[in-house]
Design a protein around this ligand. Structure first.
Ligand code: NIG
Ligand code: FE
Length: 427
């Protein structure tokens, strides 16, 4: 039986139409293609029509008769938000390190003393599949509450074949069981294990010769990411790991220039990465190379906020022509939040982005950052019906009333997964 849903009379439908072929850059990042007094017709999990309520009523009379209806009067409808950079699967929390940082200890000092990523690696290794599954599932439920309908999820708290596979298998099982879509990234090169730090080369080899082939053989990841940072992986090691991943069909991503300028943005352009993420300290040369090579800048202002660091210069990047996406970087150390709308607010207030640009960055450009723009990221006919309805009359209000959750309803593949207000049926 056909399942039809009509979201009707929204004060704004932010369609993001027209950017699915390639990432939005420069002025195009400000083109939201809004329909005022708009409606969205969904059939069998896909978008069947988007337009003015009156037009849809006329053109799709038969489909609309008997459809389930969501009254969106006074509300803003957007594509489901997309979070293209999370460390979803982990165990344990690090609030003790937060307290230490508030007293002046730095993130890298804590990590070098065996805390940071190493602390979460220890907790994640000790956790079994079921514990990781349950904790990550709860995070996915919370992501839904904030309007997010697809997340990228990285491994990187296992740092051994066994435990990296465990993390990726948890993500794969959740992708099957949970309504959320999860796109997985292998990040075995997130840190050199504590006991191998004096001699990292064997670990780099292990990532290349053991982990990458097995992850690829089991088809557990689409992307391959590395933490290219002084004291973690050098640009040369990062390049070798990313090039090796390409041999197995894994698309490169990089944690680039997060703490200091280290050539990460340049490397992203050179290896043909789909994105370079963080970029707080990216060089002008690196930014220019990214623009020339269409490398998406995935910016994570929650991390700068939480680490009390300088923010990435989004304004400069967008003006030069780097396509930009936004993400939470959700993780227990540098950004323990699951609120992408708050990240959008930081994008405006701390990185010089406009409200239009942050909307693009959290929808269609985020979809491009994980190579999914053919089926999500905009409200266009034929795309998956992943939709967020916010209880605000226009998109500006979303990042204006900060630190609050405006989600009213979230639709995943045509099914409501969050519903604060009840709908009805068309008589
Ligand atoms: O994106 N920089 C490396 N990885 C994460 C932080 C991981 C952690 O601190 O647990 C990041 O900031
Ligand atoms: Fe990260």
């Amino acid at each position: 039986m056909t399942q039809t849903l009509l979201i009707e009379n929204a004060s704004q439908v932010v369609t993001m139409a027209g950017h699915s072929g390639k990432p939005a850059k420069k002025d195009a990042m400000r083109e939201l293609n809004i329909v005022e007094n708009g409606s969205v017709l969904v059939q069998d999990g896909e978008i069947k029509a988007v337009g003015k309520q009156v037009e849809l009523e006329e053109q799709y009379q038969d489909d609309i008769a008997g459809a389930e209806v969501i009254d969106a009067r006074g509300k803003t409808v957007t594509p489901g938000l997309i979070d293209p950079h999370t460390h979803l699967v982990y165990a344990g929390t690090r609030e003790n390190e937060y307290a230490m940082r508030l007293k002046g200890k730095t993130y890298m000092k804590i990590m070098n003393a065996g805390g940071g990523i190493h602390a979460t690696t220890k907790a994640t290794r000790e956790a079994d599949f079921d514990q990781l599954y349950e904790e990550s599932k709860q995070r996915l439920d919370t992501f839904f509450q904030y309007g997010v309908t697809t997340v990228e999820a990285k491994s990187g708290y296992g740092l051994s074949l066994e435990h990296e596979l465990k993390q990726l298998e948890v993500a794969a099982k959740l992708n099957e069981d949970h309504a959320m879509d999860i796109v997985s990234t292998f990040m075995g090169a997130h840190a050199v294990p504590v006991d191998e730090r004096d001699n990292p080369e064997p670990f780099v080899k292990q990532v290349i010769d053991e982990m990458l082939p097995e992850v690829a053989r089991r088809n557990l990841a689409k992307f391959n990411d590395v933490f290219c940072e002084r004291g973690v992986f050098t640009p040369d090691q990062s390049r070798r790991i990313l090039e090796a991943g390409k041999e197995y069909g894994l698309i490169p991503k990089i944690h680039a220039d997060e703490i200091e300028p280290y050539g990460g943005a340049e490397l992203a352009a050179e290896v043909g990465a789909i994105s370079a993420d963080h970029l707080l300290e990216a060089s002008d040369e690196g930014i220019r190379k990214m623009a020339e090579n269409d490398v998406m800048g995935v910016l994570l202002p929650g991390t700068a906020f939480f680490l009390m660091a300088v923010f990435a210069d989004a304004r400069k990047m967008i003006d030069i022509g780097v396509p930009v996406a936004l993400s939470t970087d959700a993780n227990p150390g540098s950004s323990p939040t699951l609120s992408l709308p708050f990240i959008m607010n930081l994008g405006c207030l701390k990185m010089g982005m406009t409200p239009e640009e942050v909307m693009t960055a959290a929808t269609i450009n985020a979809a491009h950052a994980i190579d999914c723009a053919d089926h999500i990221g905009s409200l266009e006919v034929g795309k998956q019906a992943d939709i967020a309805i916010f209880d605000v009359p226009n998109y500006l209000m979303l990042s204006y009333n900060y630190g609050m959750n405006h989600v009213d309803t979230v639709i995943k593949r045509g099914n409501p997964v969050v519903r604060l207000h009840s709908g009805g049926n068309r008589k």
